[in-house]
Design a protein around this ligand. Structure first.
Ligand SMILES: [Zn+2]
Length: 710
């Protein structure tokens, strides 16, 4: 993939865009030279939207949204025509490619050479918003999580061209989900001088960043699907399952083919681990053939799939195969790491990187042999004991390495667990980038400063650096586990991530300046100061708090560290800034004050939950006898529940209910992560997940319930 190509195309487009800016829209009709394309003039639509015949559902939806937004901006909603009308209107907005466009735009190239490439072009009569669209004609409908999704494509260039046009050329902004988070600039006339803009994103797997609102996500916590689509994350072009593909194999083949499973030191296959964490005998050719047969089955059901995983089952340190063939794939110079097998003494052995990559390469070659004309990939997960780069093995071109390097929000985080070299995660990512053709960055969000509990775990500067770093190091996809959609405490962070995922070469300061200005108008400086205070306080907290490992292994209480940073002075300053912001927009449109109130709900929540942490600390220290502390905790929880109900996007109630595992210890009734507690995320909402869990498979169960997955 030519990563620079996207940049060059984009830059050329931006330059042209800059030349146009400031000229657009400010003249009356008389001033329009003949060469100017007028879409809306003085509140009257001059150009219908024409979408190609048989356009798939999401393209039609994008065309409808385009009409809606033109209506919102200029008060004139264009009509939508499907197909190629005769006679052809004098002016029109063409959504998606159709053959007539070659005549209407004789100098424009419509052969989209790059995945997801988009084109936005205007001449004096027409505007075209198109891009590379790919889908197998009969398979737009897929079934996932017991529901059908209609309109699933392999590439959605046209849709993303429409959303890019809305953001870049009609200046629509989506700060957070819902009406309050949307901003348009009213104008009576919309016109353009001729221009052409092309771009294709380097990061092709984007919908896993907000995975609860991805296209195929189960209806659990996600409430941001529209926002994620508008940000051009949802309709991406690499469908990657970030989990483990062998979780159900023991149930299906444990009795008939025990030889598929890892040989244990005691001579058994698979060991006494739960079915979904048993490891495979990766060097066994029979396993390769079965894997390949299953790829065939998958493709029969969903021909859209292009990426097939070889990731080992979870429980990364336990039960790996000790057969001579698997061990022959290890490299003697690999990093020493601590391995376990049930009933055995733990042992230091070399990292699994060379072994697991050889497995991935083997399957990648078989895949290419079976489907020589297809652009199929094999996914290898570099996590646990295969997180360091291999010593000798080199990934084949059709292998995607998914690196679970957990430096999201953790500046300088070290891979310390059972590792002898203690490299930083970032170093591990960089080492893989030296040999891999393409990488997916798949950090777990973790909890540097309370993100899973909905606290303002804001690290804008670090996140911008990290997104740029991975983009410069062969990143074609980002999946971040556990982004829980708390918009009032983490909104700017989410916004920046979304913008950089589409185009990591953007200037992050410019993105945020625009964000504050558009969202808060004259209160922009105060709101910038507010979020800067939150970011600085968070960075201070991350510096003073004990490491994640120590917190877990020594069962440390983080409450005193939170109290130290999120103290009375912090809240006083933060509330003052919001008050100042409200005053600054006292005479401005009401929406600015409403947006500030929305952010304030996040601060109210932060105060309540920090108090809960402190009170629970007191309560635990009293041996659960301090009734006064308990009473106050319960009162805070009542306030939190009400706050969430009143502001559904501000703090997402589902993931922070006291019963959920990530809130364990923050409510007197849920002191520990019990089994019952661990299931809290699934049963009521998804019966299928419960049944699946009952069968002791990990399918459909929330990722943060997974044992030892990090
Ligand atoms: Zn083996």
């Amino acid at each position: 993939m030519n990563q620079k190509g996207g940049y060059m195309l984009r830059k050329l487009g931006k330059m042209k865009l800059k030349l146009l800016f400031g000229i657009i829209m400010s003249f009356s009709f008389g001033a329009f030279a003949q060469e100017e394309l007028v879409l809306v003039e003085n509140g009257i639509s001059q150009a219908p939207i024409i979408v190609f015949e048989g356009a798939p559902p999401y393209t039609k939806q994008a065309a409808n949204e385009l009409a809606e937004y033109i209506g919102k901006i200029a008060g004139a909603k264009p009509t939508i025509i499907e197909g190629c009308p005769l006679p052809i209107p004098k002016h029109a907005i063409w959504v998606g490619y159709q053959p007539i466009l070659k005549e209407l735009f004789p100098k424009t190239n419509f052969d989209f050479k790059n995945p997801e490439e988009i084109l936005i072009s205007a001449n004096k009569n027409y505007l075209v918003l198109a891009g590379r669209d790919r889908w197998p004609s009969k398979h737009l409908e897929i079934e996932t999580h017991k529901r059908k999704i209609n309109g699933v494509q392999q590439e959605y260039g046209t849709c993303n061209a429409v959303y890019t046009f809305l953001q870049e050329y009609l200046e629509v902004r989506w700060f957070w989900p819902g009406e309050l988070g949307e901003d348009t600039i009213k104008r009576k006339t919309i016109s353009f001088k001729p221009f052409e803009y092309r771009y294709y994103p380097q990061i092709r797997f984007r919908n896993g960043i907000f995975n609860y609102s991805s296209l195929k996500s189960k209806p659990l916590y996600g409430q941001s699907k529209d926002w994620v689509r508008h940000q051009r994350l949802q309709l991406d072009s690499l469908d990657v399952a970030a989990g483990h593909p062998f979780t159900t194999w023991w149930e299906r083949y444990g009795k008939t083919h025990p030889e598929y499973f890892a040989l244990q030191p005691n001579g058994t296959r698979g060991g006494s681990y739960p079915a979904y964490v048993k490891k495979m005998c990766e060097a066994n050719p029979a396993l390769w053939e079965q894997w390949l047969a299953e790829v065939g089955e998958t493709l029969k059901k969903n021909p859209n799939e292009t990426v097939f995983s070889t990731a080992e089952n979870d429980g990364w340190d336990g039960g790996h195969c000790v057969c001579p063939n698997c061990q022959a794939w290890d490299h003697p110079d690999g990093e020493l790491r601590r391995f376990t097998w049930t009933g055995e003494v733990a042992k230091d052995c070399v990292a699994l990187s060379d072994r697991q990559l050889t497995f991935a390469n083997t399957l990648a070659r078989k895949l290419k042999e079976k489907y020589p004309n297809k652009d199929y990939y094999v996914l290898m997960m570099a996590y646990g004991h295969s997180r360091p780069a291999p010593v000798k093995a080199i990934p084949d071109k059709n292998v995607i390495v998914m690196s679970v390097s957990n430096f999201y929000g953790w500046n300088g985080a070290v891979d310390s667990r059972l590792s002898s070299r203690k490299n930083t995660y970032k170093q591990q990512y960089e080492d893989w980038a030296k040999i891999a053709t393409q990488l997916i960055w798949r950090p777990n969000a973790g909890s540097p400063a309370g993100a899973p509990q909905g606290q303002p775990d804001i690290s804008l500067h670090q996140t911008a650096k990290d997104f740029k770093f991975v983009a410069e190091h062969k990143c074609i996809g980002i999946f971040i586990d556990m982004i829980w959609e708390h918009w009032a405490t983490l909104g700017p962070q989410y916004y920046l991530m979304a913008q950089l995922a589409w185009d990591p070469r953007q200037n992050s300061n410019a993105i945020m300046e625009d964000y504050y200005k558009r969202a808060f108008g004259k209160a922009s400086d105060d709101m910038n100061a507010y979020w800067t205070l939150l970011e600085n306080t968070r960075e201070e907290f991350v510096k003073v708090r004990p490491s994640n490992e120590d917190t877990k292994s020594k069962k440390l209480d983080l409450a005193p560290y939170y109290e130290k940073c999120y103290n009375t002075e912090f809240f006083k300053n933060a509330y003052e800034l919001l008050q100042k912001a409200s005053t600054a927009v006292a005479n401005e449109p009401e929406i600015y004050r409403k947006r500030i109130d929305f952010v304030k709900a996040g601060l109210d929540y932060t105060k309540l939950i920090i108090e809960v942490r402190s009170l629970m600390s007191v309560y635990k220290q009293s041996g659960m006898k301090d009734e006064e502390a308990k009473k106050q905790v319960l009162a805070n929880w009542q306030s939190i529940e009400k706050l969430c109900k009143d502001n559904p996007y501000a703090i997402n109630w589902g993931p922070i209910r006291p019963i959920t595992p990530r809130m364990a210890g923050l409510h007197p009734d849920y002191m520990e992560k019990t089994n019952k507690n661990k299931n809290a995320d699934t049963p009521k909402i998804n019966e299928a997940a419960k049944k699946s869990k009952d069968k002791k498979t990990k399918k459909n169960v929330d990722n943060d319930n997974a044992p030892g997955f990090y």
